[in-house]
Design a binder for this molecule. Structure first.
Ligand code: IDP
Ligand code: MG
Length: 161
């Protein structure tokens, strides 16, 4: 399943490669898709005035997740994280604009939805579902360097180098 880019968004592809505008990789995780929250999550990004360079509904593969979560593959929660991230489709998005990385991290909120502040995506839509798993609706890159690394994994055609 693919939501292809509207023609008007294609110009951001050129801008994204030519200008050094900051980019971040956002994922609406399977719980966000399953619960019908794609629109509300995208709205929060649009409301802050950020642009989408790419936006696609897709299945995360094990290979993509191993690369994306390279820093976590040896951790005890990793098998559960893979199960979670492959439990349904995700929406992969490249968001662009000055300080896009830290701006989206502040909109996403703390990793644990129980600790995430109200007003954040995780704090407004997340909770402890009582099964010991963390399901926190979204991913956002944690640094501009990791953002470019992750964009190259999810959207090789948009890699800057
Ligand atoms: P982040 O998504 O807020 O950047 P990270 O520490 O990078 O948080 O962890 C990546 C993802 O791994 C989290 O969003 C969450 O889905 C999952 N995760 C992190 N720590 C745990 C844990 O202790 N138990 C279960 N899942 C976890
Ligand atoms: Mg992280």
């Amino acid at each position: 399943m693919t939501l292809s880019l509207a023609p008007g968004l294609r110009r951001y592809g050129t801008v994204g490669r030519m200008a050094n505008v900051e980019r971040t990789l956002v994922l609406v995780k399977p719980d966000g898709v399953e619960r019908g929250l794609i629109g509300r999550i995208l709205t929060r990004i649009e409301e802050r005035g950020f642009a989408f360079q790419a936006l696609e509904l897709r299945e995360a593969t094990r290979d993509v997740l191993d690369a994306h979560y390279a820093e976590h593959t040896a951790k005890p929660f990793y098998p559960g994280l893979v199960e979670y991230m492959t439990s349904g489709p995700v929406v992969a998005i490249v968001v662009m604009g000055a300080q896009a990385v830290s701006s989206f991290r502040s909109v996403a909120g703390a990793t644990d939805p129980v600790k995430a502040a109200p007003g954040t995506i995780r704090g407004d839509f997340g909770r402890d579902w009582g099964d010991g798993e963390i399901r926190n609706l979204v991913h956002g890159s944690d640094s501009p360097e990791n953002a470019e690394r992750e964009i190259a994994i999810w959207f090789p055609g948009l890699a800057r180098h």
